[in-house]
Design a protein around this ligand. Structure first.
Ligand SMILES: Cc1cc2nc3c(=O)[nH]c(=O)nc-3n(C[C@H](O)[C@H](O)[C@H](O)COP(=O)(O)OP(=O)(O)OC[C@H]3O[C@@H](n4cnc5c(N)ncnc54)[C@H](O)[C@@H]3O)c2cc1C
Length: 132
């Protein structure tokens, strides 16, 4: 959806991390060699570049496989989740654990996730907007 040549946004490579240690190692190497990094969570930023980086030659750090729900606080209504967790996963978790919360998803719905949406300064469809 960009009005310029796609080649301007070609990546050097895509790295799919599954642990915090891997993320740290990738960032350390990229820092050492001054390689730009573009991080995505579920990579469903449709309409705003999807998973494409902002400039050519960037390493895309894909976190979609880090998808654990670490903790949901039933009193405060807060969720601690890894970046690849989707709204669908979160919804299923709430249902399975009988937690009385309602998610405020953006229009692309269940396939996107709260971390990427928050980093994108996104909003959902309830008066409270995004849960995150
Ligand atoms: C028809 C249509 C309707 C839409 N409606 C809405 C809407 O109602 N509300 C809304 O908010 N958006 C909307 N969007 C935009 C977008 O699809 C959503 O914001 C979606 O939630 C983003 O996808 P994601 O959660 O997979 O984020 P990602 O694509 O994973 O991430 C979004 C961006 O945030 C940054 N980022 C992500 N994760 C990290 C991280 N761990 N560390 C550092 N930076 C990170 C990156 O720059 C990344 O490009 C819409 C798009 C379309 C095409």
């Amino acid at each position: 959806m960009m009005p310029v040549d796609d080649d301007l946004y070609k990546t050097s490579c895509v790295v799919q991390a599954t642990t915090v240690e891997q993320v740290q190692a990738v960032v350390k190497i990229c820092d050492e060699f001054a390689i730009p990094v573009w991080t995505i969570s579920t990579g469903r930023n449709f309409g705003y570049g999807t998973a494409a980086p902002a400039k050519r030659g960037t390493v895309v750090l894909d976190l979609k496989h880090m998808n654990k729900i670490i903790e949901i606080d039933p009193d405060l209504g807060t969720a601690l989740v890894e970046p690849g967790v989707t709204y669908q996963q979160l919804f299923d978790y709430l249902e399975a654990n009988n937690l009385p919360f309602y998610l405020s998803c953006p229009a692309p719905s269940a396939i996107a996730g709260p971390v990427g949406n928050t980093m994108d300064r996104g909003v959902g469809y309830t008066p409270m907007a995004s849960i995150s």
